[in-house]
Design a protein around this ligand. Structure first.
Ligand code: PGA
Length: 244
């Protein structure tokens, strides 16, 4: 392994304060062998200041799971990028399929969120992914192209894109290396051709665990993983962070 890999823990709406503290304290003790792994954890909003305090003076980086697309204002229940920055977030997951589905987020909204995150000097992790029906109907490239076209901003030095097929999230189903490679190449082709972006970090997400991580990384040569369920179990995430 010679390139930096981003290991992004998406805790989703899990862990109470005690559980989050315990897991983070254990994560702090992990000895990552080289500087080639970035350990990024994305807790629920209320946990962010608590976790931020625990990870001070460690190599763990903090991310949020969402933000609003406006800087501030009358948006009851939402959270601003400014506050995320203030509590120490460096990354924000944008456009996760659970947000797209449960909160009706469109590609257009997702791009606006990404633009705001970038303008505030944080890094968005923009999620794309097709449903099982779209894959079965062979419509997945059209769907992904539309997501890339509308949700990725233009004119950037770099962008982080996480490919998370919806049918793989939490199901134990993982695409083959060829399927991941196909989407990686498709994403590179489309984004380099149409977006004026110099560098892409391509992540894979969906049922990643300690058993399949090395195969996913070695055979598809990607820049990291977005990890849900396995990121909540210390033994799993420990093995993932120290693999290779
Ligand atoms: P999973 O979730 O690892 O539990 O499949 C990944 C995600 O939704 O980001």
């Amino acid at each position: 392994m010679s390139q930096v890999k981003l290991i992004v823990s998406n805790w989703k709406m899990n862990l109470n304060i005690n559980q989050a503290r315990t897991l983070t304290n254990k994560l702090k003790k992990i000895q990552i062998k080289n500087n080639l792994i970035k350990n990024i954890i994305c807790p629920q909003f209320i946990l962010l200041p608590i976790i931020s305090n625990i990870i001070k003076e460690s190599d763990i980086l903090l991310g949020a799971q969402d933000c609003h697309y406006k800087k501030f204002g009358a948006y009851t229940g939402d959270t601003s990028v400014e506050l995320l920055k203030e509590v120490g977030c460096k990354y924000v997951i944008i456009g996760h399929s659970e947000r797209r589905k449960e909160h009706h987020e469109t590609n257009n909204i997702i791009r606006q969120k990404a633009q705001l995150v970038i303008s505030e000097k944080l890094k968005p992790i923009i999620c794309i992914g097709e449903s099982l029906k779209e894959r079965k109907n062979n419509k997945y490239l059209n769907i992904l192209e539309e997501q890339l076209k509308v949700s990725i901003p233009h004119n950037l030095d770099e962008i982080i894109i996480a490919y998370e097929p919806i049918w793989s999230i939490g199901t134990g189903l993982v695409p083959t290396e060829e399927e991941i490679k196909e989407i990686k190449n498709f994403t590179y082709d489309f984004v380099f051709k149409s977006k004026n972006i110099s560098k892409i970090f391509f992540l894979y997400g969906g049922s990643v665990n300690s058993e399949n991580i090395s195969k996913i990384f070695e055979s598809s040569d990607i820049n990291g993983a977005l990890i849900g369920g396995s990121s909540l179990k210390f033994e799993e995430i420990n093995k993932i962070l120290t693999f290779g």
